[in-house]
Write a protein that binds this ligand. Structure first.
Ligand SMILES: C[S@@+](CC[C@H](N)C(=O)[O-])C[C@H]1O[C@@H](n2cnc3c(N)ncnc32)[C@H](O)[C@@H]1O
Length: 281
């Protein structure tokens, strides 16, 4: 999928799903984002960019950590950026700005930055080598990079269980491990080489959270539907499917989720990398 196609996905059905369910996704993803914020040891007045910031919850957390330092969130998705701006206004946080742009090719206003950060927003580039070289160029010499991404599919039953069950009902082929997808940076050796070639040093990989709490209160069918809708490939396929196929995809996904329900909660295993690096001095 090219970045232009990626933009269409995140501006239409999938972006809409992330906005409609923003608080629920954030409840699940907050510990993952925090795992990459903590080791950055942010200091007051530092300048930070949040790559693929989506609906902005991590940008707001970064803004609190560096205030009054400026935080810039960049994303392709207009509806997600609108939600991010709405949240910042509601919380009266004024040291954060949200800008539309392609992190692979554009330079956000506010560069250079001391820190570049992302929670699951750097796996969707059609040319990751160009994208990380571009991001290195936004940083001051020795500036820090910290992001969280997924380990391979086998380490992530919370994605592969529900969404790949839906994908098989929807007739989708398994993803190419190097193509833009949630798993595009899963191979640590390949990602290490990519970052080094892009101008980063001191690249290190650390284990992130190993479990995702998918819900604490929803009906399983409702949960199944939103988990499929938010996935950049399965969500688009679900939107274009017939009523019958859509119902079967949701039911099959719900059956997997029910196996992991304990009381009101659904918890499943996750595998993530917290990746840290510096821009070369
Ligand atoms: C899995 S979502 C994560 C969103 C947010 N970081 C979060 O954790 O809630 C991936 C995000 O990356 C954005 N994205 C994908 N490709 C991008 C690109 N080339 N430039 C900027 N943003 C991009 C999408 O629009 C989407 O908001």
């Amino acid at each position: 999928m090219t970045n232009r196609e990626q933009s269409a996905v995140w501006n239409e059905v999938v972006g809409d799903a992330w906005v409609r369910h923003a608080d629920r996704f954030d409840a699940t993803l907050e510990p993952f984002g925090a795992a990459a914020i903590t080791p950055l040891a942010l200091r007051r007045a530092e300048r930070v960019v949040d790559i693929g910031c989506g609906a902005g919850s991590t940008s707001l957390a970064l803004a609190a950590a560096v205030a009054p330092g400026p935080v810039v969130g960049i994303d392709l998705s207009a509806p997600m950026l609108a939600e991010a701006r709405r949240r910042a206004e509601a919380k009266r946080i004024d040291n954060v700005t949200f800008v539309g742009g392609d992190a692979q090719t554009d330079t956000p206003v506010g560069a250079p930055f001391d820190v570049a950060y992302s929670r699951f927003g750097v796996m969707f580039f059609d040319d990751p080598a160009a994208a990380f070289a571009n991001i290195a160029g936004w940083l001051v010499p020795s500036g820090r990079l910290g992001f969280i991404c997924f380990k391979p599919p086998a380490a992530n039953p919370f994605i592969t269980g529900p969404v790949m069950t839906a994908a098989s009902v929807l007739g989708l082929a398994p993803p190419d491990p190097a193509a833009p997808s949630p798993f595009a940076l899963a191979d640590a050796d390949r990602t290490h080489a990519l970052l080094t070639a892009a101008g980063f040093t001191d690249v290190s990989f650390h284990d992130g959270p190993t479990e995702a709490v998918l819900t604490r209160d929803e009906d399983t069918q409702v949960l199944a539907q939103r988990l499929i809708e938010q996935h950049p490939v399965a969500g688009v396929a679900l939107a274009g499917a017939s009523d019958d196929v859509r119902a079967r995809a949701v039911a099959a996904t719900a059956a997997v989720l029910d196996e992991h329900r304990v009381g009101d909660e659904v918890r499943m295993g996750a595998g993530t990398w917290v990746v840290l690096a510096h821009r070369a001095a």
